[in-house]
Design a binder for this molecule. Structure first.
Ligand code: FMN
Length: 199
């Protein structure tokens, strides 16, 4: 199947089958794929937390509004977190990045207010969500990106205040009764020509 076909076939899963587990090798592969995510100046201002522990999933489910059941019943919940402490980030890139890219940061990003620097971190993290969703599509794994979560409660449950939660993705296998499957809710996108321009 082409990558395009895989992307057409993926959909936001709304109901998971708790009795079906993902192949642990596939979950490990997803971890490695996320580790390879690209980011501006190779900044990697992120941490990806793979939650399989049922007790922790239940706790996070309680902080997931209408996404409660997805978090509870998925195989694995991947929590996307971004670096919280700008000073620690700057120390990290100073040690890790070549001078050229460090200069880019010093010139274009460091002068910005903290909230804009953090917003730049967020963009990098969001890119990695796309990587995960694409990989899941290609590997035939069902997934649900979720902004509908209480990030502060996630942070309390996960600990480690070096990182702040932004968004989570549930992965697993759909329940046969999932109402959002493509034969029940066909994929809808804006018209191709309105979205993609060729010049
Ligand atoms: C960043 C992001 C956050 C989303 N948050 C939620 C969410 O909290 N709960 C949910 O059921 N779907 C959520 N969605 C799914 C979108 O509604 C869905 O991707 C969109 O309607 C397109 O449908 P499709 O993914 O089935 O093609 C989110 C999607 C993205 C990309």
């Amino acid at each position: 199947m082409s990558f395009f076909e895989s992307m057409k076939n993926r959909y936001t899963t709304k109901v998971y089958d708790k009795s079906k587990q993902l192949d642990p090798k596939k979950v490990e592969e997803l971890k490695n794929i996320l580790h390879m995510s690209p980011s501006s100046i190779n900044s990697q201002p992120w941490q990806f937390v793979f939650v399989q522990d049922q007790e922790l999933k239940n706790k996070l489910a309680e902080a997931s509004y209408f996404n409660d059941e997805k978090v509870r019943n998925c195989d694995t919940l991947v929590v996307f977190r971004r670096v919280n402490n700008i000073e620690a980030f700057e120390k990290d890139i100073q040690e890790r990045l070549p001078e050229r890219t460090n200069t880019y940061y010093q010139q274009f990003l460091k002068p910005l207010p903290d909230d804009q620097i953090k917003s730049w971190f967020d963009k990098q993290v969001y890119l990695s969500i796309g990587v995960l969703l694409g990989a899941c599509a290609e590997m035939g794994i069902d997934s649900t990106p979720m902004e509908g979560i209480e990030v502060d409660k996630y942070d309390q449950a996960l600990g480690n205040d070096e990182f702040a939660t932004l968004v989570a993705v549930a992965i697993g296998e759909r329940h046969e009764d999932d109402f959002n499957q493509l034969d029940r809710v066909p994929k809808v996108r804006k018209e191709f020509d309105k979205v993609v321009k060729s010049m």
